[in-house]
Write a protein that binds this ligand. Structure first.
Ligand code: IMP
Ligand code: MG
Length: 186
């Protein structure tokens, strides 16, 4: 058996949606700067596209966050591995996420950033899997709501692979016929 990526959202569908999100955000924030804070590594491509679709003056910041425990996404043990280099006090903050799953990472991040007294704080996520939620989170901008499937591409990884795919794909287990070459991993 091998894991084979199947296209779920095409690069064109993603670009169209990201542009629309950028227009909405630009309209909602007539005045900048907006501090766009992306969570590494998954959100790096979404950040690059969304930030260019936002017309309001913005600043680009990154944070690193890791989850501990056997069940990574629901352990609740979250730690900052790379913090902001700047103060967000009295500034508009828009957290840019690749995907919200359990909501554990985002809940931790929002609580942390709130303690630094931003003027406002909102969340933009490209993907949302609402069926998986363990912690309620308020999301202002959502690209696509998706079913409970593991997806890769457009920044999202499986064990650090597939981040550079232009499309978003579902990984499916497939029998590979003998003698057939495939780019998939086994
Ligand atoms: P949460 O704390 O469970 O919401 O975790 C969200 C994080 O888990 C995301 O930022 C991703 O890094 C990762 N994640 C959740 N679902 C997927 C998926 O389908 N593909 C790739 N990464 C995922
Ligand atoms: Mg992430």
């Amino acid at each position: 058996m091998a894991l084979v990526p199947h296209v779920f959202l095409t690069a064109e569908q993603i670009q169209k949606r990201v542009r629309a999100m950028g227009e909405q955000i630009s309209a909602d924030y007539p005045e900048g700067p907006i501090y766009l804070i992306a969570v590494l590594k998954g959100a790096f491509i979404f950040m690059a596209d969304l930030s260019r679709a936002i017309k309001t003056p913005s600043r680009i910041e990154f944070m690193g966050i890791s989850s501990y425990g056997k069940d990574k996404t629901s352990s609740g043990q979250v730690k900052v591995t790379k913090d902001l280099d700047v103060s967000i006090e009295n500034h508009h903050v828009l957290v840019v996420e690749d995907i919200i799953d359990s909501g554990v990472t985002l809940t931790y991040l929002i609580n942390l950033l709130q303690q630094r007294h931003p003027k406002s704080i909102r969340v933009a996520t490209l993907l949302d899997k609402p069926d998986r939620r363990l912690r309620p989170v308020e999301v202002s901008y959502t690209g696509f709501k998706i079913p409970d499937e593991f997806v890769v591409g457009y920044g999202l990884d499986f064990a650090e692979d597939y981040r550079n795919l232009g499309d978003i794909c579902v990984l499916a287990e497939e029998q590979i016929p003998v003698g057939h070459s495939t780019p998939a991993i086994s």
